[in-house]
Design a protein around this ligand. Structure first.
Ligand SMILES: Nc1ncnc2c1ncn2[C@@H]1O[C@H](COP(=O)(O)OP(=O)(O)OP(=O)(O)O)[C@@H](O)[C@H]1O
Ligand SMILES: [Mg+2]
Length: 472
């Protein structure tokens, strides 16, 4: 393998130096950082092929570092270094987008494994960015065939897409993160009479607020400092086609007003201009957030919500798509085999059972990443139970669903005559159940998370949000 640039991030000198030595002998160029902030700055400014990052560091922890790195460089592979025997954390690391994990300490007899893992991760990253480039060059048309699955939940959604694709209706796509909202937006556009015109995507969450207005509507020369030239906005670029407003829940209230006006009047003014422009665009918006709740919290305008929510399409979470995991595993495996020029990788029954039984909090994206890694890391004999991350392999396939109590078995909660605030009631119920799980497990978050069928990070977020504190 040619010389590659590896960044090692660890606050502990001893481990960092040990890794540096191991990888330098492998022929790689090594750079180091002792904390997340330095690592991010490095990745933003230098060409790096792989990051090895310790999970436990003061300040930003390794999982956050990985997430932030992928905001800057989505294809850069990261291997997370965990403490010995912390298999729960390793699964969390994969959920956060790490390529794989490496347990400390780095014993002599594992050096070959470490080196192979490093090579495989680098190769995977290079292939991924090459694919992305080819894909965007091809400008391929995205239809229904890209949406894999035969479950009833997915089927219902597909028939709704089919019905509304070739209409002018505004569509609001909702669903948990990683469920395929962007694929749905593409299917809507490419199955409409607008398919010959552009599908323009704006990620409202990723563009800083002060830039978003000019991104959407364009600006004229001199409109603000730095506006050296008149620039067309994405509304104009989408003229005749579809404008996909992704992560609409992140749009600032200020811009929500302006967007509302465009939706009502189909016209707008570029920043700095008083000349009104007319556009013919179809709007498709998406969010993983609960917009009615944002409305209650006064973070999202109700009038805008009704303008967008003309046709709501809810993308079901993967855990409620019966049978789809197996189809998706086969689909992603076939694609990965083709990319790597491999023969068909097989999956043992036991391994497939575990994959199908896991609740996939990160939905299809998490499954896709997992399958790609498993395909690379598994040996000649295909993917076996032993190839799965430890905590997934140990999880009995029934536990994943054991907690899903059918609604009729839940204790009845009677609606008071005067009604109630649903969000407050649900919030209180959530707080009470989490409190019970924590006190039953003596505040052991892993066990409490299991009792609630949540992943640990989600539980921790909820503990913070609900302001629960351990007894003294
Ligand atoms: N049914 C499916 N069949 C095949 N691939 C899928 C399917 N659903 C999602 N994917 C793939 O999973 C990944 C995530 O999908 P997508 O980006 O559309 O999700 P999303 O809902 O927009 O996520 P987020 O909320 O995080 O933006 C993509 O690589 C997509 O191609
Ligand atoms: Mg998306």
């Amino acid at each position: 393998m040619p010389k590659n640039h590896v960044l090692i991030v660890d606050d502990e000198d001893l481990y960092r130096r040990a890794l540096e030595r191991i990888l330098r002998r492998q022929g790689h160029t090594i750079s180091s950082a002792c904390n997340g902030a330095d690592a991010l700055e490095f990745v933003a400014n230098q060409s790096v092929d792989l990051v090895l990052c310790d999970i436990k560091m003061p300040g930003m922890n390794g999982l956050d570092v990985v997430k932030r790195i992928h905001e800057i460089r989505p294809d850069l592979p990261c291997i997370v270094i965990t403490g010995f025997g912390s298999s729960e954390r390793s699964l969390e690391a994969l959920g956060a987008g790490a390529f794989w994990y490496l347990e400390k300490p780095f014993e002599q007899e594992r050096l070959d494994v470490i080196r192979r893992l490093v090579d495989q991760a680098i190769e995977h990253g290079q292939l991924k960015s090459e694919n992305r480039r080819l894909k965007s060059e091809l400008q391929s048309r995205y239809g229904f065939d890209r949406i894999v699955g035969k479950s009833e939940a997915l089927g219902q959604m597909l028939s709704l897409i089919e019905k509304v694709a070739d209409t002018e209706s505004t569509v609001l796509i909702t669903g948990e993160s990683g469920t395929g909202k962007e694929l749905v937006a593409q299917a809507l556009h490419y199955n409409s009479r607008r398919s010959g015109k552009p599908l323009v995507t704006v990620n409202c969450g990723a563009i800083p607020e002060e830039l978003l207005e000019s991104e959407l509507f364009g600006h004229i020369k001199g409109a603000f400092t730095g506006a050296h030239q008149t620039r067309e906005g994405r509304f104009s670029r989408a003229d005749g086609g579809t404008l996909f407003l992704d992560e609409i829940g992140d749009m600032s209230p200020n811009l929500q007003v302006k967007l509302l006006r465009v939706l009502q009047e189909r016209s707008f003014e570029p920043v700095g201009s008083s000349k009104t422009r007319q556009v013919d665009v179809r709007i498709v918006a998406a969010t993983h957030q609960d917009l009615p709740r944002l409305i209650e919290e006064k973070l999202f305008r109700e009038d805008l919500f009704y303008r967008l929510n003309v046709v709501p399409i809810e993308v079901p979470p993967l855990r409620s798509r019966n049978g789809d995991v197996a189809l998706l595993v086969q689909h992603f495996l076939a694609r990965s085999d083709e990319d790597h020029g491999r023969h068909r990788t097989s999956v043992s029954h036991e391994a497939m059972d575990r994959l199908a039984g896991y609740p996939w909090p990160g939905n299809v994206r998490e499954l896709e990443n997992m399958v790609e890694r498993l395909a690379i890391l598994s040996g000649e004999g295909g993917i076996e139970l032993a190839d799965l991350p430890a905590s997934l392999a140990e999880r009995s396939s029934s536990t994943a669903t054991a907690h899903a109590i059918p609604a009729h078995e839940l204790p009845a909660y009677e609606l008071p005559a005067e009604g109630l605030s649903l969000y407050r009631a649900v919030g209180e119920l959530e707080k009470s159940l989490i409190g019970q799980a924590l006190s039953r497990t003596g505040w052991n978050k892993n066990q409490a998370a299991q009792l609630l069928d949540l992943n640990r990070t989600t539980l921790i977020e909820k503990i913070k949000k609900r302001e629960l504190t351990p007894p003294d």
